[in-house]
Design a protein around this ligand. Sequence first.
Ligand code: MG
Length: 152
Amino acid sequence: MVKVIFFDIDGILTDGSVYVDALGNETKRIQFDDIDAIFKLKRAGIKIGFITGEDNEFCKYVKKRFSPEYFLSGCKNKLIAFQKLAKENELEKSSVAYAGDSERDIELLKYVDCSFVPNDVDPEVKKAAKVVLKAARGQGVIKELTDFILEK
Ligand SMILES: [Mg+2]
């Protein structure tokens, strides 16, 4: 049973794009359905975590917006970062789910017992996941996996 779910940020919570205006200001995009889904998971008693290689203002926003139980930013190696956190917090990998979308997520997608990828990822990344979702990156990935987890 999944007790904690970890999300990559770029390509899972967002569509993996950076939106840039004429002044060079960068921003990202999140679907309301996914925001709602995160709070639905929380209400169901599932703990939330984010694991990202990035460490920027957007990460701070995500941390503030969702108050996740776990938040790892600036991760060079996500598997090692996860293993350290899991050990410190006594998380069993059998009760953890992870959703990621790129090559740097492959090791962690393989490691945990429950893992998800969006549909529009590289074949190598798809192979590493236990579940390939119908949703494309940033297009309701979290909503779809929330329905999957809560229906189980
Ligand atoms: Mg990503």
